[in-house]
Design a protein around this ligand. Structure first.
Ligand SMILES: Cc1cc2nc3c(=O)[nH]c(=O)nc-3n(C[C@H](O)[C@H](O)[C@H](O)COP(=O)(O)OP(=O)(O)OC[C@H]3O[C@@H](n4cnc5c(N)ncnc54)[C@H](O)[C@@H]3O)c2cc1C
Length: 469
């Protein structure tokens, strides 16, 4: 047990969701928190800023959550922004040409609640629906360990038709896991399916109604209100772990704390690890991670092009449309009430990385006009493209073996980040879980083993209670 006579101090490196969750939990538990963030704003990979080219405040990319993200929802409640999330219980799929199909829950018990709308989908044949239902049953009801093979391989071995793969599995899984099906591990795919089938509420999608950094600034207020501090443009360079303290070097100055939480992305952690033998196993694990890109295309039109708030787009490069001027309804937009602002999202956007901004906007406009007839006569007022090349870690077969726990070889140093071992893929929920797990591990090091921050998973309902794990 490690004890300190006065209020214990903790340095947290990284002001993304993982660092903020750890900081809020620890500040609330009597620790004096100092959070170091390299950038001038909070939120990390879930942030917003005033875009110099357009003069608009844009999210680096649209972020959504689901009701199964219980720790993220608790985090929003904790920092007082729960009412800034809009919840939707319907999901619209659109085919090129504009035909729409809506997925919504019926009164049937889980996992049958979406069956009536699924069975009516005109873009899937009877055979597609049969093989998909059989696959959902296998993924939901039986354990699916990581076999080292990809989900695409699993689909082929489980009789999935090409149409089922292209129009069902791709839209559902690529946007959830930000990776192509031939690189997604079966266990990650099964987790997404199982979580989304466990109850009707599980599929409810939440969309922030304010820009992301505005949302996460409230975590900064929460930390400051509990005598914590946030230092922007402060980059952790390295640390020295000693038996009774940790020294951190930040922007060429050295400071001493009782504990340190490293809440950095995997590609940023390597740079700050000390050149000591204890760092070797962790360094080795980091070499197994690869990242996957996500691209957001922001378009401002001189008129409305759709009355939908969001939609899944089938068969083209663009996967999602978010109607930002409706989602951020209280704000208005530069075109006045008659204009509209939409963001288009492409996950696992490897084919766009080498394309120019103009090429991507041209492609997006062409596709938008296929899905939304009103866009054919609308004028594009302005646009921008945000490529996040290192958006998320790739959930490849075998990767879980390399995701580190939150404790480290240094008793006073803890890890957080969406890529650490949380049982969740790279999501805001995964990041918050990692922050809470790091805070719990730190409490254990202080001898406070009964302090828990993680909250229970969403309970299964209906028939899914029989298969709850
Ligand atoms: C384009 C895109 C779309 C996404 N869409 C979704 C979505 O819809 N839903 C969802 O749940 N998730 C989504 N995600 C994933 C989600 O954003 C991440 O999983 C989550 O934000 C990761 O949080 P984190 O704290 O682990 O890491 P980060 O957010 O990367 O935070 C790490 C922080 O550390 C800082 N830092 C780095 N090095 C140093 C240093 N040396 N010293 C101090 N600070 C440092 C960084 O500036 C950063 O702020 C998306 C991600 C991207 C990029």
């Amino acid at each position: 047990m490690i004890q300190t006579p006065t209020q214990p101090t903790v340095a947290i490196a990284g002001g993304g969701l993982a660092g903020l969750a750890a900081a809020c939990a620890l500040a609330d538990s009597g620790f004096r928190v100092m959070l170091f963030e390299r950038r001038p704003y909070l939120g990390g990979r879930a942030s917003s800023y005033e875009h110099p080219g357009t003069g608009e405040v844009v999210d680096n990319c649209q972020h959504v959550l689901f009701r199964v993200c219980t720790n993220l929802v608790e985090f929003y409640r904790r920092i007082g922004v729960e009412d800034k999330i809009r919840w939707y219980d319907e999901m619209t799929f659109i085919e090129p040409g504009g035909r729409t199909s809506v997925m919504r829950a019926s009164p049937l018990p889980a996992p049958l609640h979406t069956a009536p709308s699924f069975l009516r989908f005109p873009f899937l044949s009877a055979k597609d629906k049969f093989v998909i239902s059989r696959a959902i049953a296998a993924l939901t009801l039986t354990s699916q360990p990581d076999t080292g093979r990809s989900f695409l391989d699993w689909c082929r071995r489980h009789g999935q038709t090409e149409n089922a793969i292209q129009r069902f599995w791709k839209p559902i899984l690529i946007s959830s896991l930000s990776e192509d099906l031939d690189l997604i591990s079966i266990s990650y795919a099964a987790q997404v399916v199982r979580e989304s089938m466990k109850s009707p509420a599980a599929r409810h999608m939440g969309v922030p109604a304010i820009p992301l950094t505005e949302l996460y600034n409230r975590a900064g207020d929460y930390i400051r209100a509990r005598s914590g501090q946030i230092r922007f443009r402060a980059s952790l360079e390295t640390f020295f772990s000693e038996p009774t303290q940790v020294k951190v070097r930040v922007s060429e100055a050295e400071e001493t704390f009782d504990y340190l939480v490293l809440a950095l992305p995997f590609d940023g952690l390597d740079r700050v690890l000390p050149e000591t033998p204890e760092a070797v196993p962790l360094r080795e694990k980091l070499t197994h991670f690869e990242s996957c890109p996500i691209t957001g295309i922001h378009l401002w039109f001189d008129r409305q092009i759709s009355d939908l708030d969001h939609a899944v787009l089938l068969d083209r490069t663009i996967q999602w449309m978010f109607h930002k001027s409706r989602l951020l309804a209280t704000r208005g937009n530069a075109q006045g009430d008659s204009g509209s602002y939409i963001e288009l999202v492409v996950s696992a956007s490897k084919t766009l990385i080498d394309k120019s901004r103009t090429e991507i906007v041209d492609l997006a406009l062409k596709e938008v006009r296929e899905f939304f007839p009103e866009a054919r006569t609308a004028n594009l007022v302005k646009s921008t493209v945000i490529k996040e090349v290192h958006a998320t870690y790739s959930p490849r077969p075998g990767i879980d073996a390399y995701r580190p726990q939150q404790t480290t070889a240094w008793p006073r140093v803890f890890l957080a980040g969406d890529w650490t071992a949380t049982g969740w893929p790279a999501t805001m929920e995964g990041a918050v879980r990692s922050g809470y797990l790091a805070a719990e591990a730190l409490m254990v090091a202080c001898g406070m083993t009964d302090r828990k921050f993680l909250v229970p998973d969403l309970p299964a309902s209906g028939l899914m209670r029989l298969f709850a794990r």
